[in-house]
Design a protein around this ligand. Sequence first.
Ligand SMILES: *[C@@H]1O[C@H](CO)[C@@H](O)[C@H](O)[C@H]1NC(C)=O
Ligand SMILES: CC(=O)N[C@H]1CO[C@H](CO)[C@@H](O)[C@@H]1O
Ligand SMILES: [Zn+2]
Length: 516
Amino acid sequence: MDPVVFLFVLLKSLIQYPQPVADGLDEETRLRMEVRAKHLEWERLHLEQEMERVTRKQVQLLKLVTVAVLLVYLLVLWFIGWKSSLRREVDEEENRGANEEQLGNVAAHEEGNAGNEAVNEAEIAENNNDVEIAVQEEDDFDDRIGQVIMERIQWPVQDLQAGCEWITNLMDNYSLYFCHVLANSFYPVLQRAIGVGSAFEGWSPREQDVVYRVLIPMTPPRGHSFHLELDSAGQRQVRNFRVRVQLECTCTGEQQAEDMLCFLHHPEEELRRNQGPSLLDTLCTGSYLDVQKTARWFYQLVRAIWPALPQSHNWHLVLLPSTRSCQFKVTNGSESFRIEMLFGVRRDDSAVFVSSQTREAHTASTIWPESYAVAEVEFFKHIARQAPPDSLHLKCLQFFTRLPLGFGFSTYTMKTIVMYLLNVTPVTSWRRRDLLERLQDVMDSLRLCVQTKHLNHFIVGNQRLPQDINLPPDVQTGEKYNLLHNLAQDPHAHSQAIHEYLVLKKWYKRILLAED
Ligand SMILES: *[C@@H]1O[C@H](CO)[C@@H](O)[C@H](O)[C@H]1NC(C)=O
Ligand SMILES: CC(=O)N[C@H]1CO[C@H](CO)[C@@H](O)[C@@H]1O
Ligand SMILES: [Zn+2]
């Protein structure tokens, strides 16, 4: 077996260490689990020895290389220093000579000086060349390291950009029909879908089953208004909202509309006979917009419109179950895309939404958690606009989000670390020659986070975000929250995280320094 694969299998078996045995278990099971635990323990010891041996060898190798590079570097520096001190001596001598000559023959002096200048210029140029060559050599060296690392990592084969374009096209097609179908109704008005999540940010932790996520902003239909209410009963870590739907008078004023009856001031009988139901009677529970009802409505729309789309000729639509979003897959025999349509309401004019997406398993159907997905995708776009085309920041992120698959660090933790680094390092320092340094930055940051049990959310309370990402004031100045709060609260989780960090570090070194 390939040693790397072997290690990974071992690691996985370690992570799936059996849970504490419940009291009711029979003796045989207990025995079997004990044997298994022993076996795992043995595997762990073996693994540790293997790791130690490998790292010791690699550290020695690394030391040798470092010493060699340092020696060469010192030699170059010494050579430059020697040459420039030599030049200084020569200059001083010549200046002294020139001064003496000045007293004598002016014409001869001028000639000599001109000659000196020419010589000096040539020498300075030569010295500059030496420095440039030294810097260039160092860059080349780093670039080769970067190249080796790039070749060593097995990058997933995926064309996210083509996928995103296809999905955007599909959503635009859907959008036309949404407008058409909903024109005279009092359902939410659906705005253009916004691609969010890893695929639209340009990276993805998984090779198969990339999920293309879009968020569809909803605005109130005629005669209605939305009011976002912070739900204080929620936990501190997640800010939950409810969307209160209110009927507005359309007799006069801003909302005035000729082709509809006012929900507030026309007799109920007339409304029932001549006009569709208000949003309160369709997708709401009480006076609050209901996520699950809205999701079911989305499913109906997606299914009903599909046959009308040009894509339906060559592609097959499969709806997938979900209570808080609309998930489906489209397949054409050789290729398939998995799509998740989330929906939400924009907070003011900002990049923050309240959305149907949730991390919690059981969220009441009228609860809309605050979502920063759009702000994050905007951050990645902001970086992409400024970064050179050969920037590897997304590869760095991809590397680290694939690496801990099966480890205790979430992809969101790794993404947050990379976002922080992107925000403080110049966008030009993510090229191939900087790769080793940037990867090391991520590892160092992760170590620091685990040590201090602290990693703030990247969006909430971050006042150093790029100006073009518009946040509501309460989010911008909001209380920061610690994504690693569980490490701070649970000592066991903390020691587990330290252990996982150490394993991850060995794994990381193993990949970067692997001997062929
Ligand atoms: C499926 O779609 C992909 C990409 O659009 C295309 O390259 C491929 O030829 C299609 N396959 C079939 C069987 O139509
Ligand atoms: C209006 C619109 O976006 N139409 C697009 C629908 O999809 C086809 C191909 O899938 C495009 O060619 C259209 O431009
Ligand atoms: Zn009215």
